[in-house]
Write a new protein. Structure first.
Ligand code: ZN
Ligand code: ZN
Length: 253
């Protein structure tokens, strides 16, 4: 069994938990230590139970608390060399350099870093595998590339972003430069892109889709649901992560 949960997701901070037995991996920490502790507590965890931190990229909504967390709780941190060079984490307790497509293990969990088009130096997302189970985490990317589509086939669980509704973004409050950035091939997925991705992956194994990194200003759950309903025919349960609090644990088995 793999269990996972979002501790919070959106432009103001992201953190995700992926756990197998006693191995508990934190993907990103876009929160202060205090806020992270509060959110871990919502899932009956304390930071001492974490095994490692995996960073996706250096944007502050993903990396804000990483350095302090690593130092205080003596946690190893995994990220690409590009993310490490650009990040403002200060000293880390232990740094592991990882490379796109080169799988590595933490305890019994096999982890594959996946290159994504996003406006950071060397961003990656992650696929986790354990005992024939596959969990894909995929946020902060502007388009779905053929390489990504190939790697995310056959997942049992998915955390995928549906960042914005294109019309809401174009008519919304962001300044023109930010609208262009978010909507570009190096920005974030819109609802239709996400829904088409879900329609294109082999979803026979898929048990649960957690949708995250949802813009509070440029998106609405109803818009995501209708885009997904039009494109995705699988039986997987679909739930939504949000900025304010942790999701429930999601179990895939
Ligand atoms: Zn982000
Ligand atoms: Zn980002």
């Amino acid at each position: 069994m793999i269990k996972f949960a979002s501790l919070g997701s959106g432009s103001k901070g992201n953190a995700t938990l992926v756990c197998v037995d006693d191995t508990c991996l934190l993907i990103d920490c876009g929160y202060s230590i205090r806020e992270l502790e509060r959110r871990l507590d919502q899932l009956d965890l304390v930071p001492q139970q974490l095994s490692a931190v995996l960073v996706t990229h250096e944007h502050s909504d993903h990396i804000k608390g990483v350095g302090a967390l690593s130092r205080r709780y003596r946690l190893p941190v995994y990220m690409t060399a590009g993310s490490y060079l650009e990040s403002v984490c200060g000293e880390l307790h232990q740094y592991h350099s990882i490379k796109h497509s080169e799988a590595f293990h933490i305890e019994d969990v096999r982890i594959t870093p996946v290159a994504v088009p996003h406006d950071a130096r060397e961003p990656c997302q992650y696929i986790f595998e354990y005992n024939q189970l596959k969990l894909g985490v995929l946020t902060d990317l502007g388009i779905i590339t053929p390489y990504i589509l190939a790697l995310y086939q056959g997942c049992h669980g998915l955390l995928v972003e549906a960042n914005h509704d294109s019309l809401m973004l174009s008519q919304g409050p962001y300044p023109p430069s930010l609208k262009a950035r978010v909507g570009s091939n190096w920005g974030h997925l819109n609802n239709v892109q996400t829904a088409e991705f879900l329609g294109a992956v082999d979803s026979r194994n898929l048990q649960h889709i957690l949708i995250g990194h949802i813009s509070e200003k440029n998106n609405h759950i109803d818009a995501i649901q209708s885009a997904v309903a039009e494109n995705f025919r699988g039986d997987a349960r679909v739930t939504f992560a949000n900025q304010d609090h942790a999701s429930d644990w999601i179990y895939i088995e």
